[in-house]
Write a protein that binds this ligand. Structure first.
Ligand code: GLY
Length: 568
């Protein structure tokens, strides 16, 4: 057991003596021997851990946590969006579930362009047309059916209770709602849900969501038909028809999640298991680790100019490949085997110069750029005492999605369509561009960066991690892994350590303020790097992670945001 301080030792002792004790003090790790959940919402983590205490497995706890997050963390927790899950089963097999949203059947490549071929501002982000067909409910129910042990009723009851009875808003949520209200003005059901009759909520106010409680109760009663058919589906379609959206009854009825093979890599004797396309996360993670493996990062040192330069140069090359080669594998032949091959990484990195940056324009497939995602997504990690592990990342894309609540349902819709390349080689709302692999097609899934990841060593559990943060999701996940494996950090330090990010274009190292010391920065500048500090008050990522060592689960809630790591 890693003992970081006397205080930690006392807390571990207390945790053993008092099974129900919650220890959620970041950046000190939280400990558990029997089960653990770490997520962006302390209430949702508690819900998951209660399931574990009642004898549920990690999938049961993940399903309960995800439904609770739809109630307690509405910015990204959802039933109107989609996500991915990476699951290690007790026998060591790893499976992944893709419940990413899909383009409606009427979608087409130029749907966000006007007659002159210009991008119509806001249409792919802030309109009914921005919503993809939601996958979360189908995914969670399939996950439960396939690998869970408890009843839908047991796992959904806490979320229904939280929605019906309400809970006291903390400062974080009350402030988020207040800030979002202006963007919801056109949607009365959104204003009704996120305000007190038009007046901003204050911290401490009790927040009830009766419509969402009824929708969740319908899903618990009828299963997937409670969402994709019947009154809830009718209300979604009616809202689409009145607001000019595209999701039809057929779109909802046909939605199905997909079990996909995990992306598997190795790194210094560890096995890396992550999400494959339509997420770019796993492929890029393995590709970057492959490029780093021949170098001794431990010797180069955490945060040294040599290490940052090496990682940035690997990231630059991997992200250049993303723009050209990654998309929905059901529609586009993603060269996944080649991209994750160690020989390919070695060739791709053969022009690495330890003294100079490679100009992004000289790298990669022409002058294409990345499709991008907003920073608003959420990741949680779950582990049970039987070695079952779940890495789960879910999203509405932007915080609060397209801001549209479907009247009478409490469901907030996503704006995931903006994760497609809305026009080839034309900057989207984030000033970025994409290409054919991620062009819009009917029924296709939009490219994601979500990187829920499990690391094992000699096939035994080691680490569960992942993050929100748009294109920075992949490099955040990478840094947690490198911090643990190369730099020998405990999970609290590995998650709290300041982060940096490079995504090929823009040709800039984005970094948290403490990530680069002045002399490191000066050395990097000499090599040709330029920098942009992550916006004040906004760190990079929110990597709620669990490390398993010597029979003990060490959980870390990322200190950049609120939430809870709960173990028992
Ligand atoms: N919308 C964030 C992502 O899928 O990467």
């Amino acid at each position: 057991m890693i003992c970081r301080s006397r205080l930690s030792q006392v807390l571990i002792l207390l945790a053993c003596l008092v099974p129900s004790l919650t220890l959620a003090a970041s950046p000190e790790a939280t400990y558990g021997a029997n089960g653990m959940v770490t997520s962006r919402s302390a209430l949702a983590s508690e819900v998951g851990v209660e399931v574990l205490r009642d004898g549920g497995n990690a999938v049961d706890a993940a399903v309960a946590t995800a439904f609770a997050l739809a109630v307690t963390y509405p910015s990204a927790g959802n039933i109107g969006g989609g996500g991915f899950a990476v699951i290690r089963l007790p026998d060591g097999k790893v499976v992944t579930l893709d419940h990413r949203e899909k383009a409606p059947l009427s979608a087409h490549r130029d749907m966000y362009l006007d007659e002159a071929g210009e991008v119509i501002r806001g249409l792919s982000t802030s309109s009914h047309k921005a919503a993809g067909v939601p996958g979360s409910v189908d995914g969670l129910l399939l996950l439960l059916e396939t690998h869970g042990t408890m009843s839908r009723k047991r796992l959904m009851a806490p979320a229904i209770r939280l929605a019906r009875n309400g809970f006291a808003l903390d400062f974080d949520l009350a402030r988020q709602f207040r800030r979002r209200l202006p963007s919801m003005e056109a949607y009365p059901a959104s204003i009704a849900k996120f305000s007190d009759d038009g007046k901003a909520f204050e911290a401490g106010d009790r927040w009830r969501q009766p419509d969402l409680a009824r929708t969740l109760a319908r899903i618990f009663g009828k299963g997937r038909a409670g969402f994709y058919e019947g009154p809830v589906a009718e209300k979604i379609v009616a809202e689409m028809e009145s607001g000019g959206g595209d999701i039809t009854r057929a779109d909802l009825a046909q939605y199905r999640s997909v079990w996909r093979d995990p992306v598997r890599g190795t790194y210094r004797g560890h096995e890396i298991w992550s999400m494959g396309p339509p997420s770019s996360g796993g492929v890029l993670l393995v590709q970057i680790l492959n490029m780093l493996e021949p170098f001794n990062l431990a010797e180069l040192g955490w945060g040294s100019a040599a290490t940052v330069h090496l990682m940035v140069e690997a990231e630059r090359r991997a992200y250049a490949d993303r723009a050209e080669h990654l998309g929905d594998p059901d529609y586009y032949a993603v060269p996944q085997a080649a991209l994750t091959d160690k020989a390919y990484a070695s060739r791709r990195f053969s022009d690495f110069d330890p003294d100079r940056v490679a100009a992004s324009d000289a790298i990669g497939p022409g002058d294409t750029n990345l499709p991008t995602e907003s920073r608003e997504t959420t990741h949680f990690s779950v582990m049970d005492g039987g070695g079952m592990m779940v890495a789960f990342t879910t999203t509405l894309n932007s915080g609060y999605g397209n801001k549209i609540v479907v009247p009478g349902t409490g469901i907030l819709l996503n704006n995931e369509m903006n994760d497609f390349s809305i026009r080839r080689d034309t900057p989207n709302q984030f000033d970025l561009i994409g290409r054919d692999a991620n062009a819009i097609e009917p029924g296709k899934r939009m490219l994601s960066s979500m990187t829920p990841t499990i690391v094992t060593k000699d096939a035994e559990p080691l680490l569960i991690t992942g993050s929100p943060g748009g294109s920075t999701i992949i490099t955040t996940t990478l840094q947690v892994i490198v911090n643990v494996i190369d730099h020998g950090m405990g999970i609290d330090d590995a998650v709290a350590a300041p982060r940096f990010h490079h995504q090929w274009k823009p040709d800039t190292v984005i970094h948290e303020s403490r990530a680069l010391s002045p002399d490191t920065k000066a050395l990097l500048e000499e090599k040709g790097h330029s920098f942009r500090e992550a916006r004040f008050g906004r760190g990079i990522g929110d990597a709620n992670s669990i490390l398993f060592r010597d029979g003990v689960m060490h959980g870390a809630k990322d200190p950049r945001a609120q939430g809870g790591a709960v173990g028992y």
